[in-house]
Design a protein around this ligand. Structure first.
Ligand code: ADP
Ligand code: MG
Length: 254
């Protein structure tokens, strides 16, 4: 029997409160190395807070976050984050820096050679190399998100965290980029955690879906299990939209 893949990201009984709000409430979770996990839930359910604790942008009040068994407090935060590529909705590119400088910033901070990396990273996210000299505001929204992904992957982190990274894009761009992310995940051997409020996006990209509600994980299922009606009431409520769309499309095709 093959041994299970070693755990990469592990949360044990993690909580984070803001005043009277339990943003994340006693969450335990293991994300296996090489898996593509989607974290789905309504706005305010605690998805971003959970992701930010993995990246140490937030500190848990209680509980433990580890990567490969190492405690999140074990190293200075910048060093901890070197293993993690992080992309969020508002791309976060530096507006006064070219695409090339934005992509290379992590390499420079780590004291690494930039060399041909910018060109290679543009290739990786399907952007023409000619864009290297442009400023971010001269790009489309989809192009900016691709640059943000290239920047996040520049130092070859084993973990990619995406917080609504596709959320602001038009549906066609979003679909193309979701597909590209799946390819990159497989090709680079990443462990990917994608936060989204869109169940359809989760179903089409992830191999495991966690549903959050009021700070807790209320479902942990594969896309196939969710399509088969499993996962409980909250998960199935989120399934209503993609299910309805699929039914309407099927009816049109008849
Ligand atoms: P999601 O990403 O699922 O929309 P968040 O993790 O951003 O949810 O937020 C979870 C809850 O914690 C919400 O009620 C939100 O208002 C609250 N919250 C998040 N960050 C802060 C903060 N910095 N200060 C106060 N409340 C916060
Ligand atoms: Mg959020």
């Amino acid at each position: 029997m093959p041994s299970p893949a070693p755990a990469m990201i592990d949360l044990t009984d993690v909580s984070r409160r803001y005043g009277s709000v339990a943003a994340v409430d006693r969450v335990s979770l293991t994300v296996a190395r090489g898996s593509f996990v989607a974290l789905v839930g309504a706005s305010g359910s605690g998805k971003s807070t959970l992701l930010r604790m993995i990246n140490r942008l937030e500190t848990p009040d209680t509980g433990r976050v580890t990567i490969d068994g190492e405690d999140a407090g074990a190293r200075p935060a910048p060093e901890w984050r070197r293993r993690i590529g992080y992309v969020f909705q508002q791309h976060g590119l530096f507006p006064h820096m070219t695409v090339a400088a934005n992509i290379a910033i992590g390499l420079r901070i780590a004291g690494r050679q930039v060399g041909d990396r910018v060109g290679e990273l543009l290739d990786l996210v399907d952007l023409p190399r000619e864009l290297a000299g442009r400023m971010p505001d001269a790009l489309s929204g989809g192009q900016r998100q691709r640059v943000a992904i290239a920047r996040a992957l520049a130092t070859e982190p084993p973990i990619l965290l995406l917080d609504e990274a596709l959320g602001a894009l038009d549906p066609v761009t979003r679909d193309a980029l979701a597909g590209r992310l799946g390819e990159l995940h497989a090709r680079l051997g990443l462990t990917t955690l994608l936060v989204t409020h869109d169940m359809a996006e989760a179903l089409l990209t992830a191999d495991r879906i966690l549903v959050m509600d009021q700070g807790r994980i209320v479902a942990d299922a594969t896309p196939a299990e969710l399509v088969a009606g499993q996962g409980g009431a909250v998960a199935q409520a989120l399934m209503a939209v993609p299910r309805h769309q699929a039914e309407r499309l099927a009816a049109l095709a008849r």
